[in-house]
Design a protein around this ligand. Structure first.
Ligand code: PLP
Length: 747
């Protein structure tokens, strides 16, 4: 069952609100502007809800409008305030907004400031490390301000603003004051009319009403300019026929709030928040909380775990059916630091790797118990995967090849469970701590740390890795190969090397053999998916490149799997046959249409305009494969369900990482299907095995959202395996036993 812990983003609709909305659609559907009985009924309902909202918000005076949500409320308030600034006899000099405001606020101010031709300077009110506004700063700037915007509570951190302190700092200022009350609705007593707040927008969907309904409070004496003109609804302040089902639903929520049965009080919520925080401390020792609990809404926790990315935590929580969100905007590859946490002056890693957990005030104790239990299970899973910093070994010994990558650069770890020895190939400085932690947790010895060449863009971090593990390196050559060794033996696995001068004079491939023969080749940058390593560096050997490629072909053949040192497009592996088709230059060489000298010349021409190498850019080789068609390969859930019913010899591959696989749901298998668990980090090794499957065997990859599985299917298709598919939308869209809205509400 899904546990929804992202209430600051939106909430499910309360059952009584659903019922009220349905009744307003089915029975009391009148237009409140009509003067017949149906209309009068609708108006009475609307007036009742407005009266309730006034009581809840402490707004017995002033205007209270229904509109579509907070973004519209913010526009209306800003338009009203800036229109007044434009009319003012004495023009204000500044517009101010809190540095941690929701984007809707500064964007609205920018928009209307420009559109109205005011062009006033816009300044962010700084906040302290605790997320609260710098009141001294505000006090000194307020006399020159036309508008001041300060939210009541922050959506990312839950930090509650000191509204009385702000009111004090604004004393004597001519500025109009907007307070974004979205996250405070139902959680804080706002006493709007008592304070000198001019505008306060609210949104229904943050408090168990549907999306599309909101409120705007406007102080009696505050200037007002309608955003929407038309039929004169809402006393001509906001035209357009009212959203009666939304208003009815909001009314039901406000009624529940007033009655006090369904919504929990501050003390209970704070105690539950503290229990969730304790569970996080147990699960992730070292976790840091990004805002002081005593200043925050009792329903929000914002945290980061040193050495564990937000992306990983989100995948992990999602696998445990816990829906939390990145405290910052999180793209698939790398999280963007949160503006809010940066404004608070938190260290960059904390701002980039923050996670937000927020629950709504109607959850019950069972919900919190279950969430705490699952958080602990998440911690155990991370520990068992050797991903939890400082955790002792608990996991099964790892075996085989694991790929780590950092922005396109690939590092491989080859482990042998029998001898408990491992080799690292192309170590990356940013992975040193993680690799050392992995080796310590697994209790493996390092047999070697190898580089495929002396890198143009960074120094090898082999020495640092040896030092971080506390192990002795012994006597090795400049690429880390043990002195006098023919091969590196790792149990039944064997590594040999092949010199391939070209990209650099010392470029070397490492060949991995098992009992059956050559399994795959770690090729470095000599051949990358869609590119050849550039050979215009001082340490390059361009004249020898073609001969090296021929030597490689002799040893590995056209279909031998090559694992690259850089992989900018998530292709994972390639072969000479695939690259000959993708890269004209290679095709010409192996097609006999270019001799070695001609190859070197053509390559020089290709590299003429290549930018200088900067670390982690695409400049390690000239990409020529951009047009490669890799479309298709997605299976809708229904199509997979049909396939699973057939005894078709289907192979279903879970590409989530082990820490997710331990927790997550797996599709029901049909009679002929087999299930494999191969995380993306283990994909390069598995590709060789799959390519040897009987022709026509369908392989379907799945993951959480469909992104990683699509990468896997594309990689296999590029290698010529056309029966590779990915489950579109991932497990997120896979039909499951109904969790239901009531489960999310825990009521
Ligand atoms: N202000 C805050 C603090 C919010 O959290 C949000 C929603 O995320 C908004 C404004 C925008 O609200 P709405 O979705 O109703 O437009």
């Amino acid at each position: 069952m899904e546990l929804y812990l992202d209430a600051n983003a939106t909430t499910p609709v309360l059952p009584q609100a659903r019922e009220a909305a349905l009744a307003a659609m089915a029975d009391d559907f009148g237009n409140p502007s009509s003067i017949h009985s149906a209309g009068l009924k609708a108006r009475a309902l609307m007036d009742g809800v407005r009266a309730r909202a006034r009581r809840v918000l402490g707004a017995d005076t002033g205007r209270l409008l229904f509109l579509s949500g907070a973004t519209e409320g913010i526009q209306t308030a800003v338009l009203s305030a800036l229109s007044a600034c434009r009319r003012a006899a004495v023009k204000p000099e500044l517009l101010l907004y809190g540095a941690t405001e929701h984007k809707a606020v500064p964007e609205a101010i920018r928009h209307w400031n420009a559109l109205l031709g005011l062009d006033l300077p816009l300044l962010a009110i700084p906040v302290g490390r605790d997320g609260r506004h710098d009141l001294a700063w505000l006090r000194s700037h307020a006399p020159r301000a036309g508008l001041v915007c300060t939210m009541a509570a922050n959506n990312e951190t839950g930090v509650i603003s000191d509204l009385d302190g702000i009111a004090d700092a604004l004393a004597g200022s001519p500025a109009l004051w907007m307070v974004d009350g979205v996250q405070a609705l139902g959680k804080l007593p706002l006493r709007l009319a008592e304070r000198r707040i001019d505008y306060a927008p609210f949104s229904g969907h943050k408090l168990y009403a549907p999306k599309g309904i909101g409120l705007l409070y406007v102080r009696e004496v505050a200037p007002f300019t309608p955003l929407l003109a038309g039929g004169g609804q809402e006393g001509a302040l906001r035209s357009g026929t009212e959203n009666m089902s939304g208003i009815a639903a909001l009314g039901a929520v406000l009624a529940a709030l007033e009655e006090g049965q369904v919504f929990r009080g501050h003390g209970t919520l704070a105690a539950w928040r503290d229990r969730l925080a304790d569970a996080l401390r147990q699960a992730f020792p070292g976790v840091v909380f990004n805002a002081p609990a005593e200043l925050c809404l009792p329903t929000t926790l914002n945290f980061a775990v040193p050495g564990v990315s937000a992306r990983l935590l989100l995948d992990l929580f999602d696998a445990a059916e816990l829906r939390v969100s990145g405290g910052s905007a999180c793209s698939a590859a790398k999280s963007q630091p949160s503006d809010v946490l940066q404004a608070m002056g938190l260290p960059a890693w904390q701002a980039a790797e923050a996670v937000r957990l927020s629950f709504g005030p109607v959850v019950d104790e069972d919900f919190i118990d279950e969430a705490c239990a699952r958080i602990r299970v998440c911690g155990d899973s991370l520990r068992d995967s050797c991903m939890r910093p400082g955790a002792p070994a608990q996991a099964l010994p790892a075996h085989g090849l694991t790929r780590f990558d950092s922005e396109g650069a690939c590092c491989y770890l080859l482990a042998d469970a029998a001898s408990r020895r491992a080799v690292v190939i192309d170590p990356l400085p940013e992975l040193t701590a993680r690799l050392a932690q992995w080796l310590a947790c697994q209790d493996y010895d390092l047999a070697a740390v190898l580089d495929t060449h002396s890198h143009g863009d960074h120094a090898s971090s082999a020495v640092e890795l040896w030092a971080a593990t506390g192990q002795e390196c012994g006597s090795v050559d400049s690429l880390g190969w043990p002195a006098d060794a023919e091969a590196i033996e790792l149990g039944a696995l064997r590594l040999t090397r092949l010199a391939l001068p070209g990209h650099t004079a010392d470029s070397t491939a490492y060949l991995l053999h098992d009992a059956a023969g050559l399994r795959l080749t770690l090729i470095g940058d000599t051949v990358m998916p869609g590119a050849l390593g550039r050979s215009d560096f001082p340490q390059s050997a361009p004249q020898q490149y073609a001969a090296s490629l021929r030597r490689l072909a002799d040893v590995v053949g056209p279909r031998g799997l090559l694992l690259p040192g850089h992989d900018y497009d998530d292709r994972f592996a390639t072969t000479l046959a695939v690259e000959c088709a993708a890269q004209p230059l290679l095709g010409e060489l192996f097609g006999g249409r270019l001799d070695d000298g001609g190859f070197a010349q053509a390559k020089t021409a290709l590299e003429q305009d290549l930018a200088l190498t900067a670390y982690q850019t695409v400049a390690c080789g000239a990409r020529v494969d951009a047009g490669c068609a890799l479309a298709g390969g997605e299976l809708a859930p229904e199509a997979l369900q049909n396939l699973l019913r057939e005894p078709a010899g289907l192979v279903l591959v879970d590409v989530r990482e082990p820490y997710e696989q331990r927790l997550g749901q797996t599709p029901e298998l049909g009679p002929g299907a087999t299930l494999e668990a191969v995380p993306l980090s283990g994909l390069p090794e598995a590709l060789a095995r799959w390519l040897a499957l009987p022709a026509g065997t369908p392989l379907v990859f799945f993951c959480r959202s469909g992104n990683r599985s699509a990468q896997a299917a594309r990689a296999l298709r590029r290698l010529g395996y056309v029966q590779a598919w990915s489950l579109s939308g991932g497990l997120a869209l896979w039909p499951r036993a109904a969790a239901g809205v009531d489960a999310a509400l825990a009521i």
